[in-house]
Design a protein. Structure first.
Lengths: 475, 455
């Protein structure tokens, strides 16, 4: 036997035959899944749910776009105001009334129809002057506050993982239960090859329906809503598909691993379901909770309270009076004290924004350690609705605020009219600054951590499954 | 025989690896989430006091900010509380109550908070499915069903024994979970969550409602188990139903509703209101100008001119309130229609019904928010506007002597805090759906098992 296999000619021949046989394993796996209606079931379910999700989220996106464009119109609505003087022979009083302009909101991202991510958080009026005032969030249906948005990322997170487990968890146990495993292992084939080609077969059975369903969704979004139109969008879509398939492959490996540690399909199924719930529903949420625990950020109201305290102390220091509870903090701050107040306010706001950004980043790193968290953050990064997009959204206001502060400080060095003009121009400029979608390269770079994490998971779990299967008891 | 079957079912469930691994997950997750929720609530609580004191000094005769009172059981069920504004600015020269600011919570969009409702509604329902899916089909596969049925015993007694066994086990786990959660929350919240009689009775009700949901799910598992031959198929079917009912349908419901029942966007509605308000403002100003000129021509003293001015102001304020109030009310009605529609298409999901009931129990539901908005509007019309007008009418602006204390001295907003019986009536509709589901599923389960083919 040894001599035979050492002969190069024969070795080549056996390799060829082996290759054919191993491919046969994958092919058989795929065909079996088609015949016992698993693949058709996956195809129908995924297509249906992805289409429904695309439909409702595209409408949601349109609604938000509409909201934004009305806000743009509102910017041009005239501000009105006026005062009436009641002048009488023994005294006079005046009456003033006025309504100003609304601050702008930022436009929604087109890809939020596929992965909504943190985009809904940005549907708010933000006014930028020496302070950044975030308005309340608007425009979501209130009942949806209780549950996740049903976007493509949500559907994929649940279904791709579940179907991956369905395709892979009985590959070994079923063969064992029907007794074909012995026959198969009697063939000249290595055990790791068997696992490899089994996982290949399961992956193909999973990814083919996913590809069809996702294509249907994209075609629908393109035809009905005109959303994915240029080359960059298509590359983003391809990246989304790649990430989702990587996620699917990770779960195929998990299924195989579970199949190698159990002896019966039924036990494998319950174990897989528990593992699924833990990995998909619990781990990422728990990771985000941990990140929140480790990097606590002050709330917006706390920031407001600190700003208020700062203003109060500046006024008190200026007037020289001892601090009293009834001091009126909204009294005017003198011109000399203003730059100092601005500086304190700027410091406090910057600290607040920095801590928010830090928390987001930390949550992303924590969550990327688990496959489902990596998928959610990765998909939102690719769609430019993720952590980095949100942080640059915060950065936009920070830089706008700096421009405003600069103008407000320089105003005092100028004659009154020129100073007012300067401030008005700065305000105009800041209001017209819109956030843009991140460049494709930047999106890809920010999703790299998720891709790497998923890849490592797939390889590790694959190796683990091979290692377990090597000592698997065939009887 | 009942007791033997019951005991056997119980022992089988206890010794299963499913239960042990689920318990491991629960014992890690429950204290963790309770701890985080408790710390979070403590922070919210401290913030609340700070905000209240700030707003009290900021209130003037023209404007004030109303805060939504904190729900006492927020750490148990976050509900819609965090994602809806809880501050409202009332202004004497505007008929709208717009929230002035909102917190930034981007991470909640990707992963909703884990609280008790998630642990019970998602994890424990899945555990129930895993424990019940093989009650009948599993016994048939093992061949023990034949032996059990050979005894002198009704089939429905066997089914009752099996179901009772599982439910008893789940009840024990549920009570332990709630107990652990409560202990951790009260221990780490720095005294902000107190176990008063009212809170404890709400918690007791919470356990009852959770149990109802879990019984519905258990009955579902038994029905499916008694309808198919193999426990693997039973597991597949009941898991798919669970995923649709617990994870997918609740998420889709509101979005489907908003795509069927369109409501104008926030900014569009706000623009309508703004334009109307500006139009009214222009009219009022022009009338003021006319009257001012008239008064000057008639050589009237400033005191009586002030009275004329006040009368005019009151008339316009009422008109503005009426016209803007109509616009606001129309939109609110449309939104409520949308919400009702969303509820109608997803309420048969036990998880949605559970969250609705919990919301009305813990004061964090969407309905409670609507009630709060109604209370804000009432407060504005009955307390704020008359008081601020009163303050205005007492002023004498022509004397050039600023009133030193021109602040509103109003009682704080009394939250619409319904007592327990009112809360129960609010939760009656989802509760009755849950009970109906339970009864139907149990009857169907008994009927299916009566004609189950044992071979």
């Amino acid at each position: 036997m040894n001599n035979l296999s050492e002969s190069p000619f024969l070795r080549k021949q056996t390799m060829g035959r082996e290759g054919g046989r191993t491919w046969l394993i994958a092919k058989k796996e795929v065909m079996a899944n088609v015949r016992n209606f698993k693949t058709p079931l996956a195809l129908v379910t995924m297509t249906l749910l992805l289409l429904i999700s695309a439909h409702v989220l595209a409408l949601d996106y349109r609604n938000r776009l509409n909201n934004w464009s009305v806000n743009q119109i509102r910017q041009r609505d005239p501000a009105i105001g006026g005062s009436v003087m009641y002048e009488l022979y023994d005294g006079s009083f005046s009456h003033r009334e006025g309504a100003g302009r609304t601050p702008p909101i930022q436009p929604p991202q087109p890809f939020s129809a596929i992965v909504k991510g943190m985009d809904g958080e940005m549907d708010r009026i933000v006014s930028v002057s020496q302070r950044i005032v975030f308005g309340a969030r608007q425009g979501e249906p209130a009942t949806s506050a209780l549950f996740d948005p049903p976007d493509t990322s949500f559907v994929m997170k649940l279904l791709v993982s579940l179907f991956a487990l369905m395709f892979s968890l009985d590959t070994i146990t079923r063969e064992k239960e029907t007794g074909t495993l012995r026959a198969m292992l009697a063939q000249p084939i290595r055990r790791w090859e068997l696992i490899l080609y089994k996982s290949l077969g399961a992956s193909i059975s999973l990814l083919a329906p996913l590809a069809i369903a996702f294509t249907c969704e994209i075609v629908y979004l393109h035809l009905a809503h005109g959303l994915i139109s240029n080359r960059e969008d298509i590359s983003r879509v391809l990246l989304i598909f790649c990430l989702a398939s990587l996620y699917g492959v990770v779960f195929v490996q998990i299924g195989l691993f579970i199949s190698t540690i159990t002896t019966r399909t039924k036990t494998a199924a319950t174990t897989a379901l528990l593992a699924w719930a833990t990995i998909v529903l619990v781990l990422p949420n728990a990771a985000v909770l941990m990140a929140k625990l480790l990097t606590p950020t002050p709330s917006y109201n706390q920031l407001n309270a600190r700003l208020y305290e700062a203003r109060k102390s500046v006024i008190q220091k200026e007037s020289g009076s001892p601090p009293t509870t009834r001091a009126l903090p909204e009294g005017p701050v003198s011109r000399q004290a203003l730059p100092r107040l601005f500086e304190i306010e700027r410091q406090l706001t910057d600290d607040y924004l920095a801590s928010k950004k830090d928390q987001n980043r930390q949550a992303k790193i924590f969550a990327a350690l688990s496959p489902a968290g990596a998928l959610t953050f990765g998909l939102s990064d690719i769609s430019s609705t993720g952590v980095d997009a949100y942080n640059s959204y915060l950065e936009l206001f920070r830089s706008g605020r700096d421009v405003m502060l600069d103008a407000l400080k320089r105003r005092f060095e100028l004659p009154p009219q020129a100073g007012d003009k300067l401030v008005r121009e700065a305000r105009e400029m800041v209001a017209n600054k819109h956030r843009r979608a991140e460049l494709l390269g930047a999106s890809f770079r920010s999703s790299l951590i998720s891709i790497t994490s998923l890849f490592i998971w797939a390889v590790l779990l694959g190796l683990l499954a091979c290692w377990r299967f090597k000592r698997y008891d065939v009887r | 025989m009942f007791r033997t079957t019951f005991r056997r079912e119980l022992l089988e469930a206890i010794s299963s690896s499913t239960l042990i691994s689920a318990l491991v997950v629960l014992t890690i997750l429950v204290p963790l989430s309770a701890y985080i929720q408790a710390r979070y609530y403590q922070r919210v609580f401290e913030n609340y006091a700070i905000r209240q004191s700030i707003h009290q000094t900021e209130n003037s005769s023209q404007a004030m900010v109303l805060l939504r009172p904190l729900p006492p059981l927020l750490p148990f069920f976050n509900g819609a509380y965090d994602s809806l504004p809880d501050e409202f600015r009332l202004r004497s020269d505007s008929a709208t109550t717009n929230p002035p600011s909102g917190d930034l919570t981007p991470l909640d969009w990707l992963f909703p908070k884990i609280d008790l409702s998630f642990i019970i509604g998602v994890l424990m329902t899945l555990l129930t499915i895993l424990l019940t899916h093989d009650t009948v089909a599993g016994d048939r596969e093992k061949g023990t069903l034949k032996l059990i049925l050979a005894g002198p015993i009704h089939r429905r007694t066997i089914l009752a024994a099996k179901l009772t066994g599982v439910i008893l086990l789940i009840t024990i786990i549920l009570i332990l979970t709630v107990l652990l959660y409560t202990i951790v929350v009260t221990g780490f919240s720095g005294g902000t969550v107190e176990l008063s009689v009212a809170n404890l009775s709400v918690l007791a009700l919470l356990i009852v409602v959770s149990l109802l949901v879990l019984i519905v799910i258990a009955a579902l598992g038994v029905v499916i188990s008694a309808s198919v031959r193999s426990s693997l198929v039973s597991l597949a079917i009941s898991t798919s139903i669970w995923i649709i009912a617990v994870l997918i349908l609740p998420s889709l419901g509101p979005y489907i509703a908003s795509s069927f029942k369109m409501v104008s966007t926030f900014e569009a509605a706000q623009r309508d209101i703004d334009l109307k308000e500006k139009e009214l403002m222009q009219e009022e100003l022009s009338e003021h100008r006319k009257i001012a000129a008239d008064l000057k021509a008639q050589q009237i003293g400033v005191e009586s001119a002030w009275q004329r001015f006040l009368e005019l102001r009151r008339r316009w304020m009422e008109r503005r309130n009426e016209e803007i109030g109509r616009l606001v009310k129309e939109r609110k009605k449309l939104i409520r229609d949308q919400q009702d529609f969303a509820r109608r298409i997803s309420l048969f999901s036990p998880y949605v019904a559970f969250k609705v009931v919990l919301g009305s129990l813990c004061d964090t539901g969407v309905e409670n928010y609507d009630e709060f908005l109604v209370a804000v509007e009432l407060y504005r019309q009955q307390e704020f506007l008359p008081e601020s007008f009163d303050l205005l009418s007492r002023q004498k602006p022509w004397l050039n002597a600023a009133n030193p204390d021109d602040r509103l001295q109003l009682r704080p907003l009394q939250a619409p805090s319904p007592d327990l019986s009112e809360r129960q009536t609010a939760a009656a509709w989802p509760l009755s759906i849950l009970i109906a589901e339970m009864i139907i599923l149990i009857i169907v389960g008994v009927l299916r098992f009566e004609r189950y083919d044992v071979r």
